[in-house]
Design a protein. Structure first.
Length: 162
């Protein structure tokens, strides 16, 4: 005869042990998360700036204020470190900072750490590129191609001409 009471007790003990392990893991992760999240948030949104000899990454603490105060068109690159097409697009985006220095701003938003910004722009896939003028999205593009630099350059040139 099967002793169902014993099987139930064993099952309950396993569930309780798993719950204790899960709570302990959550507590340990929560203790380490604030420092890690704070340092990640500082570099989640930044402008790529060409200083004449190299590219600099200038952090943007208040993105909404940045959008309102900037008069030049802004090309926003929504990306993530784990995204291969995003990594392929990075050199073209940095080169655009050099090409459009003084004419347009180039901003990168890491969607892993600045998800609410990506949501506000309706980003559903990455890499995603939005061109903003006077706080309004005037053009956008999702995906990577080998002609990305010329495609985005054409879009920026159109905005600059208008």
């Amino acid at each position: 005869m099967v002793d169902y009471a014993k099987k139930i007790r064993t099952g309950l003990i396993v569930v309780i042990v798993l719950a204790v392990v899960a709570v302990a893991a959550y507590v340990l992760l929560a203790q380490n998360a604030p420092e890690e999240a704070a340092s990640s948030l500082e570099s989640a949104v930044y402008e790529v700036v060409w200083n004449g000899t190299d590219y600099e990454h200038a952090g943007i603490a208040d993105f909404a204020a940045y959008l309102e105060e900037t008069r030049e068109p802004i090309l926003i690159d929504f990306w993530a470190e784990w995204c291969s097409p995003c990594r392929l697009a990075a050199p073209a985006i940095e080169e655009m900072a050099k090409t459009y220095d003084g004419k347009a701003r180039i901003v990168k938003v890491n969607t892993d750490y600045a998800g609410p910004i990506a949501q506000a722009f309706g980003v559903s896939g990455i890499p995603h590129f939005s061109i903003v003028k006077d706080s309004i999205v005037v053009d956008s593009l999702t995906g990577y191609s080998e002609e990305l630099g010329s495609i985005l350059g054409g879009k920026l040139d159109t905005v600059l001409a208008g």
